[in-house]
Design a protein around this ligand. Structure first.
Ligand SMILES: [Zn+2]
Length: 213
């Protein structure tokens, strides 16, 4: 915990802009899905996935907390609550529900959570494209693909799969360390490697299943 944490927290922050409620014209915090004055549902505003779930932008999150927040928001936008409302309100609730599902899915998996966090911190896709041509990673990918092609029995493939799974876990831990140190370049490199590892994991399990049949 650094002393910075207070400023990035989840509460209302003064730098956020307010905009008028479309129904009562009262002023609403841009991140609030409902008007503070009249309770009317607002159009979803631009924001990142962490904001949608009211969470601090952090790689290390408590999956139970994430789930709890997701279900709480989901209840607020549930179609049953809008059954007797106007079509505009129905439509807005549907947009919120869709955004919410997307945000939850993205934050749930470590790789996409890391990508969401890099985006929210302004580390763009160009940085990722640059790391994809890293010669060391390309070499590693080539060697793994060769080893997979050479593996002839399900046992051999299972061993490769187990090793890859372990590498995935190690990479996810390294991501946590990199983000904790605010090392965005390091995190970007790990994201690129993790993408390749997860693809390799898919390929190994596909081959293992095909050898079983
Ligand atoms: Zn209002």
């Amino acid at each position: 915990m650094s002393s910075n944490d207070n400023h990035k927290g989840e509460g209302h922050i003064h730098t956020h802009q307010d905009s008028p409620c479309w129904s009562c014209r009262g002023s609403v915090d841009q991140r609030a899905p409902f008007c503070h004055a009249c309770g009317m549902i607002q159009a979803p505003r631009p924001g990142d996935e962490f904001q949608r779930l009211g969470m601090k932008a952090d790689f290390d999150l408590d999956p139970k907390d994430l789930e709890k927040r997701y279900f709480a928001f989901q209840r607020k936008f549930h179609p049953d609550r809008f059954a007797t409302k106007t079509s505009r309100e129905k439509q807005l609730s549907l947009q919120h529900a869709t955004d919410l599902n997307e945000a939850y899915d993205r934050l749930k998996a470590p790789l996409s959570r890391a990508e969401a966090l890099l985006e929210s911190k302004g580390a763009g896709k160009q940085d990722q494209a640059r790391t994809e041509s890293d010669p060391e990673l390309l070499m590693e990918a080539m060697e793994s693909r060769e080893a997979l092609a050479d593996a002839e029995t399900a046992d051999e493939v299972a061993k490769l799969e187990a090793r890859t799974r372990m590498e995935v876990e190690v990479s996810e831990e390294a991501l946590s360390v990199a983000f904790a140190a605010d090392d965005l370049e390091g995190a970007t490199n790990i994201v690129t490697r993790l993408k390749y590892l997860l693809k390799l994991l898919q390929e190994t399990s596909r081959k293992r299943l095909s050898l079983h049949n």
